[in-house]
Design a protein around this ligand. Structure first.
Ligand SMILES: Cc1cc2nc3c(=O)[nH]c(=O)nc-3n(C[C@H](O)[C@H](O)[C@H](O)COP(=O)(O)OP(=O)(O)OC[C@H]3O[C@@H](n4cnc5c(N)ncnc54)[C@H](O)[C@@H]3O)c2cc1C
Length: 803
């Protein structure tokens, strides 16, 4: 074993070898993989090897496509067969809702170039004769599905990496990791030590334990998973290999395995394995079978596929594999640890392993993953994702693996976990809550306790009328919204302006003023959108997206502030309330001695003031696009502020509103938001944020690329559409058609209650931005006419928010 290398990859499962291969491909040859047993001895060896392209997140779907296309490449380089069977697959729908969901998946696949097809039950039965037609109403066909041999794939990656210069060492366990002052690592093993510039944790079933070596508690849990293989089925003899099949109602998947069928299930009563610590003596091992536990799924499966029930069971496999709380991988560098990377929590290694390896290697070599991988960035979880939280969410996710997640559905596990001081007050006001980073926030308010429940649906729900009333109250009077679920940072110190000016694209505002700003990476792409509120010469309050707090903190570490400047995350220290609507000023004025007239306190003013007895930070800004104020207080004051505003608000007809109403009102103004319109695949000019990029500054991150984008115009344009939708609005990821061709995709949509139109924001190639007509947006399989709007349909010149 070498004793000094550029990278040590810990773990020789399908993910570790993929990272190793991609590092060599990217030009880093001095790389070493350390595996404590044989390659594949964790969860990889007993996998069913299934692979598919469909994923709820289109960006993850793209990486899945990449993975499947990679197998030929590594076979060619290594000479090792991956045992690929590209059979194609069908996903069977047993209900109308499921068929709607499949139509949505097909539509989303369109702009990724996926050739998915909705087929009738008869057609499905022709393709997959083992099914009993009477249980189904339709299906989705995907030609790019199949299975591979886990051993073959892992060894093909490893051999290809070795041909590229990598070293693979087996039967060697990493027992500890020690950071050096220069950011490099001493990797301690039971066969001697290695010094490495970078370490990658691809420890799979032991990724948690490897994380603990550096003080990290990764949100990962292994679940037991069972599949069985039947004896040979006479009907298959002499036939073409059967398709892969997912039966959502039965919650099972099946494929051919030699002369029989393999059938696996994600049972509702899933069982975690080794919830606290993974035993080190577990290698190339399986767990005792428990057919009893999956009996309900088998019963349905045998009814839906009678030939499987008639064949005997040849073999049962019960093995563990790991999940993150949302089922997507955990990839990327870890905040607070230099040169320490993770590639773990990969629950579908044969669909995702290649994409994970590609993204991580690019990140390490180029400083950027090269794709939008927000959905699998390890930074999406903060300290709140504890072991017990992870346990509850992973069990929920596992049990729902094949269930529909409706767009308006809020999951219930691990809730309520984090609440603000006014949680009970909002609950008493019949709030229907959503969960955001474990924090409860009001989505909408019902008129009575009995009505505080939302029907889950792809169409407009029972919340529609109540959200309409909330929007009406804001637009005609005044509404009150809790805004505690925003991220916040306090930047202080003598060189605050200098540092922010370097990190943010816009100019730092004058004291007492607010400026909106994109944050760009070196490639000039959007990695954040912030409100910079300047309290004094050396103090700026940043408001941003809370889910991205750790993502931002990692970036701020990489672009560290100069000595004397402190960047302090303070999201939960400051809770907030916002008042918005034409009466917002009169209401707030009744509670403060400050002059709130436009002359004294114009749009984008920010000031420390007392509201009643409460010390507060007040900004004149509102994401509703109406006259409005955001009021920030430290948490101990929030309840008093809430009571004060509600008490005084009665005279102005104050009504509570929630996140749903906010979403429709921001769409009426064409305002984008992080993780929807603003993501690292878009540039600021494409996203309509060009006016917040101050190119007069001669030095900020991404300036050269932003200038280039401004001059070339970029490739895309964010366009707001009015959609002739019927009873379902766009919600995001629907294809945008033009003259019969898919040319773009929706990023958000909702019904605009104040303008009485269904609205959608989405990206199209810039050549189409001024096309005017010929657009359609596909909602639940139906192409609805869509008209691009030249300006915001509500208050296009912004007179109300500036009034
Ligand atoms: C029954 C079953 C069926 C499945 N079916 C499918 C399927 O059809 N399709 C699909 O895509 N996925 C499937 N999976 C999931 C798939 O197995 C995983 O996604 C994949 O194996 C994850 O690979 P990994 O490299 O992250 O982890 P692992 O395979 O667990 O690899 C981690 C490796 O790291 C090594 N290691 C850990 N710590 C150390 C250390 N300190 N020092 C040295 N080495 C260390 C371990 O020995 C191990 O070899 C299935 C899983 C199971 C259990």
């Amino acid at each position: 074993m070498k004793n000094d290398v550029r990278v040590v990859v810990i773990g020789g499962g399908v993910v570790g070898v993929s990272v190793l291969y991609h590092l060599t491909k990217a030009g880093w040859k001095d790389v070493l993989l350390i595996e404590r047993g044989e390659l594949t001895c964790g969860s990889t060896w007993h996998a069913a090897g299934g692979m598919h392209t469909v994923n709820g997140d289109p960006n993850v779907a793209k990486l899945q496509q990449y993975t499947i296309n990679l197998y030929k490449e590594i076979e060619q380089i290594s000479g090792q067969s991956c045992g690929m069977h590209l059979t194609g697959g069908i996903m069977l729908a047993g209900t109308r809702e499921r068929l709607d969901w499949l139509k949505m998946a097909k539509a989303r696949g369109r702009y990724l170039g996926m050739e998915l097809e909705i087929i009738s039950v008869d057609e499905a039965a022709r393709l997959f004769p083992l099914m009993n037609k009477e249980h189904f109403v339709g299906a989705l066909y995907d030609p790019i599905e199949g299975h591979v041999d886990p051993y073959g794939v892992t060894h093909a990656y490893a051999k290809a990496a070795q041909i590229g210069g990598a070293q693979v060492v087996r039967h060697t366990r990493v027992t500890d990791l020690k950071a050096r002052a220069d950011g490099s690592w001493d990797v301690i093993t039971d066969h001697g030590n290695v010094h490495a510039e970078h370490v990658v944790n691809a420890g799979g079933l032991w990724a948690r334990e490897v994380g603990r070596m550096v003080g990290l508690e990764l949100p990962i849990l292994a679940m037991e998973h069972q599949y069985l293989i039947t004896e040979d089925i006479p009907a298959l003899k002499g036939q073409k290999e059967q398709l892969h099949c997912i039966d959502f109602e039965g919650e099972i998947y099946t494929r051919q395995e030699r002369g029989g069928m393999l059938l696996g299930t994600y049972e509702r009563a899933g069982v975690p394995w080794s919830p606290r610590e993974t035993p080190w003596d577990f290698a190339q091992s399986l767990l005792p079978n428990d057919l009893e536990r999956i009996a309900p799924s088998l019963e349905v499966g045998f009814e839906h596929f009678p030939a499987l029930g008639e064949a005997g069971i040849r073999k049962v496999v019960n093995g563990p594999f790991t999940f993150a709380p949302d089922g997507n991988p955990l990839v990327g560098p870890i905040r607070g640890l230099r040169n320490f990377w993770v590639a773990c929590g990969v629950m579908a290694g044969f669909s995702q392993g290649g994409g994970v390896g590609l993204a991580l290697s690019r990140w390490m070599v180029d400083g950027d993953p090269g794709a939008d991988i927000w959905g699998m960035d390890v930074a999406r979880y903060g300290d709140w994702a504890t072991l017990a939280y992870t346990n509850a969410k992973v069990r929920e996710n596992y049990s729902r693996r094949f269930r529909i997640r409706f767009p308006n559905e809020e999951l219930t596990a691990a809730r309520p976990l984090r609440t603000t001081p006014i949680y009970e007050r909002l609950s008493d006001a019949h709030a229907v809550f959503g969960d955001y980073c474990g924090l409860e926030h009001a989505l909408w308010f019902a008129p009575a306790a009995a009505a505080a429940h939302e029907n889950i649906t792809f169409h407009r729900s029972n919340a529609h009328a109540h959200v309409a009333a909330e929007c009406q109250a804001v637009r005609a009077g005044v509404g009150l919204l809790e805004i505690s679920n925003y991220g916040k940072f306090e930047v202080t110190g003598a060189r605050t302006e200098e540092w922010l000016s370097h990190v943010m694209a816009n100019r730092v505002p004058q004291p007492g003023r607010i400026a909106l700003t994109p944050m760009l990476n070196e490639r000039g792409k959007l990695i954040g959108d912030f409100t910079m509120a300047r309290l004094g010469a050396d103090r700026v309050f940043l408001v941003c997206t809370y889910a991205a707090e750790d993502y931002y903190r990692r970036w701020f570490e990489r672009h560290a502030p100069p000595p004397g400047v402190s960047v302090r995350p303070c999201a939960m220290q400051y809770t907030g309330l916002s008042v918005a609507g034409p009466h917002a000023r009169a209401l707030l004025q009744s509670l403060t001695h400050e002059d709130l007239s436009t002359a004294a306190f114009p749009f984008l003013t920010f000031r420390r003031m007392d509201v009643g007895m409460i010390p507060a930070l007040v900004g004149r800004i509102s994401f509703t696009g109406d006259l409005g104020y955001e009021i920030w207080v430290t948490s101990e004051y929030q309840r008093a502020l809430y009571e004060l505003l509600r008490g005084a608000g009665a005279a102005y007809g104050l009504k509570l509103f929630g996140g749903r109403a906010l979403n429709t009102m921001r769409l009426e103004k064409g305002f984008g938001t992080w993780a929807r319109e603003y993501r690292p695949i878009y540039g600021p000019y494409e996203a309509g944020l060009g006016r917040f990029v101050d190119l007069r500054k001669d030095d900020f991150i991404g300036r050269a690329a932003a200038l280039e984008e401004k001059e070339s115009g970029g490739k895309l344009r964010l366009v707001l559409f009015a959609v002739e939708a019927r009873d379902a609005d766009a919600m995001g990821d629907e294809p945008i058609w033009h003259d019969g061709r898919v040319i773009g995709w929706v990023t958000s949509g909702a019904y605009g209650h104040s303008v009485q139109r269904s609205l959608a924001l989405g990206y199209v190639p810039k050549e189409y931005a001024d096309a005017g007509a010929g657009f359609e947006i596909e909602i639940l399989g139906e192409r609805c006419q869509a008209t691009p709007l030249a300006g915001a349909p509500f208050d296009p010149d912004g007179a109300r928010m500036r009034a």
